[in-house]
Design a protein around this ligand. Structure first.
Ligand SMILES: [Cu+2]
Length: 693
């Protein structure tokens, strides 16, 4: 293939550039790119490298499968001696290849409807035979994505199947056998169903010999997570239980077990749309897993939605050596929508996995979907965003993440203790600052378990830190905290007074999210209880929460920005508008026109498969207001990704699939305005123009 490259080497150089954005007075520069550099792998013009699968070959070449149905072999993806990589098309004409593996001298890939073995008989670097290893049925629904294979320690190939999702039901459905399941397939094509409870299981991996998968937020799934699965496990989504009674099914949970847990109005698994009442009761995961006990599995680690991403993708274990920095054996988890990679520390307590999630590296050029280790210990990151959106704005991308051989000052791990948590740092801390319990903040929360799309954080509770005890070597701090709750996620914030022993650095990422499935047994340290700290002690916190955007009206006559009831003073409505959504991050109308000063009623209906909002800003402000929404932390979903800023004129809050919201506003002065969805990744493209005449 003739390779023409456009401006790509310039981009590659630029990503090596150095920006001391967060440098503080008296502190050394401390940004992600000081420690892990992103290097672009050039893609020749004409190659649509919408990465669906990624695997490194024994000789260090890279195999890439694409959503367009091709498989490429890339030689010299490391650009050794400054020379360009070489792309060879190995296979083509397949259907949406969302996973690729290389084992036993052959490529195996997952198309939408089958696991395929690609055989190069004559050794010319092109597949001659596309052999069906195992095929499954499809209903034709667009959401029936298929992922894998992951090569299990016993050589079997694990495949994960999405459930269907569409308008009319607004719930994941399993119309055909084994949708919502993982399938254990031998290289000879013998299949045994392995586990179910999936909605959109985009990532899979082997961690210390155990099978893990990653899940995406949606109905029944409050936020993304990773989970370890044994044969017969049930995860969280009940659609796949349609096939649980099949003689070959190892799963003991039944559909009625799940529907018995939720509000009676949900007993109709058909999911009538009128049941989607936001005030209906719900269960929490802690309640559900206490009741069910038949193989229900809790997520090992949750990745809080809107904070550590929005659409969980690949997971991969860091090799157990020091060649990629100080996090040997930990797990990296990609996020497609937020173009980022998170880091997870795992431990086993009472036989169950749990652990802490941290931010690790953001700023990839497109949506992070797949990862693979290179022969030089760098990490290939395969990316795509078409139709899904991502904060990295390119339609596809291939990059490498390279450790700069410097150790960042980070929380290396957080471990559960009988009476709190223990933080392990990558470098010794300043002991005096680290011993002040006021420098830490712990908040527990969980998500709703219900058939509705997603969940805001619920049941938040601040846990007083009674003591912070620093180890002799300064590498560990024990936080003694009150009344932690099992199955809850605990946000552990360290403020910027806690610095490295030489006082040069604050933590690169000061927040951990620990999923506390079990509190370990053992002796508790007896320390005096403290009262809640005063508000002024929070000054050093890095992630202060802004006030809700839907502020109360300042005077009786003023409208709220999110005015959802008709103002009492309005006797008439001058104009009524309906606005909808379309797949691919679009409003169904790109232009709206109103008269200046008109009293307007606008109904925003979301017929897409993910939540969207509607925010009106002056022209030219959409991106800036969207970026503010990405900085809302744990409150992001609750606040609908809408920051408290005077740039917003009025808005509808986050509206889930199949729902709508009506707002009332008085049209501003004549001119052009932009309406935008401020969900991260959406705001670059999901825009329209409001003309006021
Ligand atoms: Cu949106």
């Amino acid at each position: 293939m003739k390779a023409i490259y456009k401006n790509i080497l310039i981009t590659a150089t630029a990503t090596l550039g150095f920006t001391a954005t967060f440098a503080q007075a008296g502190k050394k520069s401390n940004t992600e790119k000081d420690y892990y550099r992103i290097v672009t792998v050039p893609v020749p013009e004409g190659v649509e490298l919408e990465v669906g699968g990624l695997t490194t070959l024994p000789n260090g070449d890279l195999g890439v499968s694409t959503r367009r149905g091709d498989v490429y072999i890339i030689s010299n993806p490391y650009q050794l001696n400054g020379s360009l990589p070489y792309y060879k098309k190995f296979a083509t004409g397949m259907h949406e290849v969302l996973g690729l593996a290389y084992t036993g001298g052959n490529f195996y890939c997952v198309q939408r409807g089958e696991l395929t073995k690609l055989i190069d008989k004559n050794g010319d670097g092109k597949a001659d035979i596309y052999e069906t290893v195992y095929a499954w049925q499809l209903s034709g629904n667009y959401h029936e994505y298929s992922y894998g294979p992951v090569v299990m320690p016993n050589g079997h190939l694990m495949v994960n199947l999405n459930v269907a999702f569409a308008e009319e039901w607004w719930r994941g459905k399993s119309f055909k056998p084994w949708r919502g399941w993982s399938l254990d397939i031998t290289p000879d094509g013998d299949m045994s169903p392995y586990a179910t409870g999936f909605r959109s299981p985009c990532g899979q991996g082997i961690v210390d010999g155990k099978y893990f998968y990653s899940e995406n937020q949606g109905d029944w799934i409050g936020s993304g997570y990773i989970m370890q699965l044994d044969k017969g496990d049930f995860a969280m989504h009940p659609a796949g239980l349609n096939w649980a009674a099949d003689p070959s099914s190892p799963v003991k949970v039944r559909t009625e077990d799940i529907y018995a847990l939720v509000d009676k109005r949900f007993n109709d698994p058909e999911g009538k749309i009128e049941d989607r009442d936001p005030k209906r009761p719900y269960k929490t995961l802690a309640e559900v897993s206490a009741i069910i006990g038949k193989g229900y599995k809790a997520p090992a680690v949750w990745l809080p939605h809107g904070v550590l991403g929005q659409s969980t993708s690949a997971l991969i274990q860091i090799p157990k050596d020091d060649k990629f920095g100080p996090f040997a054996g930990q797990v990296l988890v990609g996020d497609q929508a937020q173009s980022r990679i998170n880091r997870v520390f795992l431990e086993t307590i009472k036989g169950q996995y749990q652990g802490a999630a941290f931010a690790f590296r953001e700023g990839f050029e497109s949506g992070v979907l797949r990862m693979a280790w290179g022969a030089d210990n760098s990490l290939f990151v395969g990316q795509t965003s078409r139709g899904w959106g991502s904060t990295g704005q390119k339609i596809f991308g291939l990059e490498r993440l390279v450790w700069a051989k410097k150790t960042p000052f980070e929380m290396k791990a957080v471990r559960a203790m009988p009476d709190g948590f223990e933080i392990e740092f990558t470098k010794p801390v300043n002991k005096q600052a680290a011993a002040d319990p006021d420098n830490y903040d712990i908040t527990g929360f969980t998500y709703k378990y219900h058939p509705v799309y997603g969940s805001a954080t619920i049941r938040e509770k601040n846990h007083i830190v009674n003591a912070a005890i620093v180890s002799e070597d300064g590498l560990r701090v024990r936080l003694i905290a009150d009344s932690l709750r099992e199955k809850y996620i605990h946000e552990i914030k360290v403020n910027n007074k806690v610095v490295s022993a030489d006082s040069s650095f604050t933590l690169l990422h000061p927040v951990a999210y620990y999923t506390l499935n079990n509190i370990p047994d053992g002796a508790k340290l007896n320390v005096p209880k403290r009262k809640a700290k005063m508000a002024h002690n929070m000054e050093g916190m890095n992630m202060d929460m802004p006030a809700p955007a839907a502020a109360k009206a300042t005077t009786g006559a003023a409208l709220k920005k999110n005015q959802t009831v008709k103002p009492a003073s309005w006797s008439t409505i001058d104009q009524t508008i309906t606005l909808g959504t379309k797949p691919g991050l679009k409003y169904d109308k790109l232009e709206l026109t109103v008269k200046a000063g008109a009293k307007v009623k606008l109904t925003f209906t979301n017929n897409d498969d993910m939540p969207h909002n509607f925010v009106v800003v002056p022209q030219g402000q959409a991106i800036a207001v969207g970026e503010l929404g990405t900085k809302l932390g744990l409150q992001a979903v609750k606040l609908s990704y809408i920051a408290n800023t005077p740039k917003i004129l009025f808005n509808a809050t986050l509206v889930g699939p199949g729902s709508s919201q009506t707002i009332y506003f008085v049209a501003p002065k004549a001119g052009k305005y932009t309406y935008v969805c401020t969900v991260p990744g959406h705001f670059y493209v999901m825009q329209g123009t409001l003309t006021v005449e």
